[in-house]
Design a protein around this ligand. Structure first.
Ligand code: HEM
Length: 84
C-alpha cells in the first residue's frame, strides 16, 4: 500500500465495519483473521479468498467491485495482515 494511503485505508476499513451494520448483517471481527485456518464462513483464510470476498461480497456483505480495483483489494488484504 502506498504509505500516504495507509491512514485513509485504516479509517475506511474501520468506518465501514462499525457504521454499516444497519444495512447489512453484523460484520465479523477481522483482527487476526489470517491466524486461523478458516474464515467465519468456513472458507480458507487466504489472501485470495479475502480479496474475492471484498470484490464479490458475501451474503449480506456488499460487493465492492464497483468501488475498488483488484489492486485496492490487495492493498486492503495487506493492511489486514497488520491487524494480526
Ligand atoms: C474493506 C472492507 C471490508 C472487508 C475487508 C471485509 C471483509 C470481510 C471478510 C474477510 C469476511 C469473512 C468472510 C468469510 O467468512 O468467508 C466478511 C464477512 C462479512 N462482512 Fe465484510 N468486509 C468489508 C466490508 C463490509 C461492509 C461495509 C459490511 C456491511 C455493510 C460488511 C459486512 C459483512 C458481513 C455481514 C459479513 C458476514 C457475512 C456472512 O457470513 O453471512 N463487510 N467481511
Amino acid at each position: 500500500m502506498r504509505s500516504t494511503a495507509k491512514h485513509s485505508m485504516a479509517t475506511f476499513a474501520h468506518a465501514v465495519m462499525t457504521t454499516s451494520t444497519q444495512t447489512c448483517g453484523k460484520p465479523p471481527n477481522l483482527h487476526g483473521v489470517f491466524l486461523a485456518k478458516s474464515l467465519p464462513s468456513g472458507a480458507p483464510a487466504t489472501d485470495e479468498q479475502v480479496r474475492y470476498t471484498i470484490i464479490a461480497g458475501l451474503r449480506t456483505m456488499p460487493a465492492f467491485a464497483q468501488m475498488l480495483s483488484e489492486a485496492d483489494a490487495s492493498d486492503i488484504v495487506r493492511y489486514m495482515h497488520k491487524l494480526n
